[in-house]
Write a protein that binds this ligand. Structure first.
Ligand code: AMP
Length: 887
């Protein structure tokens, strides 16, 4: 009954939205839970009966838990509110605790495998491996392994990552689970884990697969080879780079990018995926090589199905000759003959929006096992990134032959497939018990908090008054408008979609943490002065977290966060940057980039001169119309995004420094929120450097003009950029402003290698891979974050210094790879734990080839010191870098 409900739900979801979302499709497929039966786990060989294939189930579960880690951290007073990693072990296995192949029987040990039959096609996004622990008796594990997969049990494909690498780093010990994101994901029924080892070492494995059922039923597609576009001297390749079938005169009998669950960005030159070539997300064709005016694709399915629709994700960048197809005609075949009466569909042409989109093609409930579609060009190019099919459940089960397993049924429908649910019951029992214990802990914590709050209420009010008063005096530069305070009230902290502040309540409310610090707890005077996160901690003390941003906002404006409650009056004040600019005087030229919540456009602004500060360069501003960058917020942005956008405006309006991007004016008179900033001709520093190579020759050998024209850059220029970033950060530090997301992607490059720090809003699409999603609720740039920011949620100037070290590393490697590119996100977090433990096991970013020893040892490495107090200040680093330039 329970399973039927689940199945109905799954089928409903399948019909409503068949395209897979790899971020959600990450369910354990049943090695651990027992849904995969023993008879579906086989192996090439095994060492002994007690290490047979069926013992290759992964057994360890892990969660995040508070007490263990918070208990180890030497906070002045241990926080009972912290929630961090927690491990939970549950051994339900038998035998000797893992599958161990008989390596000796096969000389190189390379052909041994553990095979899992999932009984139907699955979309597999993640795999987990573990060694043989057997309660401390075992110590065998696979350090490296490969994966092979098959959809039909006869054609096997070796999995490889997007860079062509087949070998996966496995376990380092016999007990920890190591998870590996499969990028690209696999669509398969059979999966083989193949340990890579020499025969001197016995290996044992326990495994789990994560993903979801592949309800499309598509087993292969045949398409012509993707082609190459030359766009402004840039080679843009639209090949299907992860296709797993044959490739002779077109691609046949495989699946690839059109089914990998990754949808292309609006701008096809960019990709969600880090370090790939322009056009990577799309497979595309030019009409010049298709005289008939259409591209033909053939889709083969696992069995005869009733098709309701097909969704095609397509680019519509008509400014570059790309448009959604004009018409598609689909033919259907259930046996050997194509049926008469194809279905034709013409999408409504969109000449306004260049957004990539899913086009839904109605297929009128036609029955077929194979579909052939002809997509007609509507412009020079046609680019697709995903094709998904919706088919009804009516024809499920039709192809079960005698003696065969039913294909594409849920395992519970298979009468031969008895689910051994005894383990599941134990598991459910344990989980219920854990949930009950956790609920009890939460209730106790909440109860304690209520009491604590009541007791502290009076003193906190005093403290906050004091904070407001001092800031008003000390930060005149910010010219807070207290008038807006009166209209707004509440707290600023309900924005959780991007920036999370910490799992630990103490760090969400600095004043509470400060009260706990002994050095501040001694006297009320100390307590008050030290709690001035934005002003009084300028010393860089890492005792009190700097929440400058939050404080700037909360002190000068509303924050209850309802957009209607945000008083717009601050925008009409005397601050020039906050002045409303007439929208009609802006004419859009081209799209510069895209964030998660909006776009950035290059515009001409008529009469902008009247809006500019006197300190801006007169030569530049005398030009009319002036070129500016306009950052827009999507119309459909949610309340949190709107509030963060407004926050970013307010913060930027107060920052004035040659190395901080300048806000010129705003358009906030309607629901469409725009901010106008100065235009930086060379875009963001990451892309700028990524396209360059290092000029090895000393600077004198190459005149400046020559270098600027070419595709190379000298070491001195790189350091001069780092000097500018250090200078901008020095300015922010003087305001006790913590950036929290310093990285090359957030620095902009203007003429003559001018750098300005930008992005006070932390939202990224293009650089999605740089951010780590925690349980779907927040994204964090973990590769740039200090250990204390990740583990304690503590963002200070010293954590900005850490990020500066990583940014300097990016600059000196010319952004050719992501920091710690060889580590998965999970491994980066593990490494953070090593920084915390400080037992010498932490991995540092290596010295970039062009980086002198002094810069690496005396500067870069010092940014990553465990003790935040021992990290250098921006002032020191600025001086040091300047010195290294003249040396
Ligand atoms: P953002 O949403 O602010 O992160 O911006 C997205 C992209 O737009 C950046 O990566 C830059 O390539 C581009 N961009 C943003 N602001 C500017 C600017 N002021 N001048 C030139 N390009 C910009």
């Amino acid at each position: 009954m329970e399973f039927k409900v689940i199945r109905l739900f799954v089928l409903f979801v399948a019909t409503a939205k068949a395209q897979v979302n790899p971020e959600v499709c990450r369910y354990p497929l049943g090695m651990t839970g027992g849904q995969i039966q023993d008879e579906d786990i086989s192996a090439s060989s095994y060492w002994s009966e007690s290490t047979a294939a069926k013992f290759g189930r992964q057994l360890l579960f892990h969660f995040y838990f508070s007490v263990s880690l918070c208990g180890q951290i030497s906070l002045p007073e241990r926080s009972s509110h912290c929630f961090y990693l927690f491990f939970f072990r549950l051994d339900i296995g038998g035998g000797d605790g893992a599958w161990c192949p008989d390596i000796m029987s096969e000389p190189h040990g390379l052909k041994e495998y553990l095979q899992v039959d999932l009984r139907s096609l699955h979309f597999i996004t993640l795999v987990g491996t573990q060694g043989r622990h057997a309660d401390g008796m075992g110590n065998e594990f696979a350090q490296r392994y490969r994966i092979k997969y098959s959809r039909d049990g006869s054609n096997w494909v070796s999995w490889q990552d997007r860079k062509g690498q087949q070998v996966i780093e496995g376990n380092r010990n016999a007990y920890d689970v190591v998870l590996k994101d499969l990028e690209p994901p696999i669509i398969a029924r059979y999966v083989r884990f193949m340990p890579v080892t020499d025969h001197s070492m016995i290996v044992c494995m326990r495994v789990e697969l994560y993903g979801c059922e592949w309800l499309d039923g598509l087993v292969s597609y045949n398409i012509p080879d993707g082609q190459q576009m030359i766009y402004r001297d840039l080679e843009v390749s639209f090949n299907d780079s992860v296709y797993d079938g044959a490739s002779a005169e077109g691609l046949t009998k495989g699946l690839g990018q059109l089914t990998d669950g990754t949808w292309g960005l609006d701008d096809f030159l960019h990709s969600h995926i880090y370090g790939v070539w322009p056009g990577y997300d799309y497979v595309g064709w030019s009409n010049r090589t298709f005289p008939k005016g259409y591209v033909e694709m053939i889709f083969d399915f696992d069995h005869v199905r009733n098709f309701t629709s097909m969704k095609v994700h397509s680019s519509n960048m008509f400014s570059r000759g790309v448009r959604v197809f004009r018409q598609v005609t689909c033919f259907f075949r259930s046996d050997s003959e194509w049926e008469p009466g194809p279905v034709t569909f013409r999408p409504t042409p969109d000449r306004v929006s260049q957004r990539a989109r899913f086009v839904t093609v109605t297929l009128g409930d036609r029955t077929a096992k194979t579909i052939k579609c002809r997509f007609h060009f509507n412009d020079v190019w046609m680019l697709f990134s995903e094709v998904a099919f919706q088919s009804g459940s009516a024809v499920y089960n039709t192809s079960i032959g005698p003696g065969k397993h039913p294909k594409n049924t849920l395992p519970v429908d298979d009468p031969t497939h008895k689910v051994d649910d005894s383990n599941t019951r134990i598991l459910i029992g344990c989980l219920v018990a854990i949930i009950a214990i956790l609920s009890a802990i939460i209730v106790i914590m909440l109860w304690r908090q209520v009491w604590q709050k009541m007791l502290e209420k009076a003193s906190r009010r005093l403290l906050d008054d004091d904070l407001t008063a001092r800031l008003a005096i000390q930060n005149r530069a910010f010219s807070f408008r207290h008038s807006s305070l009166s209209s707004d009230s509440g707290s600023t902290s309900n924005s959780t979609y991007e920036r999370i502040y910490p799992l630990c309540a103490d760090y969400q409310e600095p004043s509470r943490l400060i009260r706990k610090l002994p050095e501040f707890a001694n006297s009320t005077e100390n307590l008050k002065s030290s709690s001035l996160c934005t002003a009084a901690t300028a010393s860089g003390s890492d005792g009190a977290p700097h929440y400058a941003e939050a404080d700037i906002i909360s002190l000068q404006e509303s924050s209850d966060s309802s957009i209607t409650a945000v008083n717009m009056s601050p925008f009409t004040g005397t601050d020039p940057a906050m002045r409303e600019f007439p929208r009609e005087k802006l004419s859009f030229k081209e799209k510069l980039g895209e964030g998660q919540f909006g776009e950035v456009h290059l515009c001409e602004a008529e009469g902008m001169q009247d809006f500019l500060d006197e300190d801006l360069s007169t030569e530049e501003i005398s030009k009319s119309p002036l070129l500016v960058a306009v950052k827009t917020l999507r119309e459909d942005a949610n309340k949190n995004a709107r509030n963060d956008f407004l926050k970013e405006i307010r913060i930027m309006s107060r920052l004035r420094d040659p190395n901080i991007v300048r806000l010129l004016a705003v358009c906030v008179d309607t629901d469409l929120l725009w901010m106008i900033t100065e235009y930086m001709e060379n875009g963001d520093l990451n892309q700028f450097l990524c396209n360059l190579r290092l000029n090895e020759a000393p600077d004198e050998d190459k005149p400046e003009q020559e270098e600027e024209k070419g595709d190379s850059i000298s070491y001195i220029k790189l350091i001069s950029m780092a000097v500018q970033i250090a200078s901008g950060m020095k300015y922010l530090a003087s305001l006790n402003f913590v950036h929290r997301d310093l990285a090359t992607r957030n620095c902009l490059v203007g003429k003559n290698y001018t750098i300005r720090i930008a992005d006070f809003g932390m939202s990224r699409n293009l650089y999605k891979g740089d951010y780590y999603r925690i349980q779907g609720r927040a994204v964090l740039p973990i590769r740039w974050m200090s250990w204390e920011s990740i583990l304690l949620g503590k963002f200070t100037m010293a954590s900005d210094v850490w990020a500066f070290g990583v940014t300097l590393w990016e600059i000196l490697t010319l952004c050719k790879e992501q920091p710690y590119s060889q580590l998965s996100d999970e491994q980066v977090i593990e490494n953070t734990g090593e920084f915390f433990r400080d037992k010498g096991k932490q991995v540092y970013l290596p010295k970039p080839p062009c980086c002198p020893d002094t810069v690496y040892n005396d500067l870069m490495l010092t940014c990553w010191r465990r003790n935040a107090k021992q990290r250098p200040s921006f002032q020191e680093m600025h001086a040091q870098l300047q010195e290294s330039m003249s040396a």
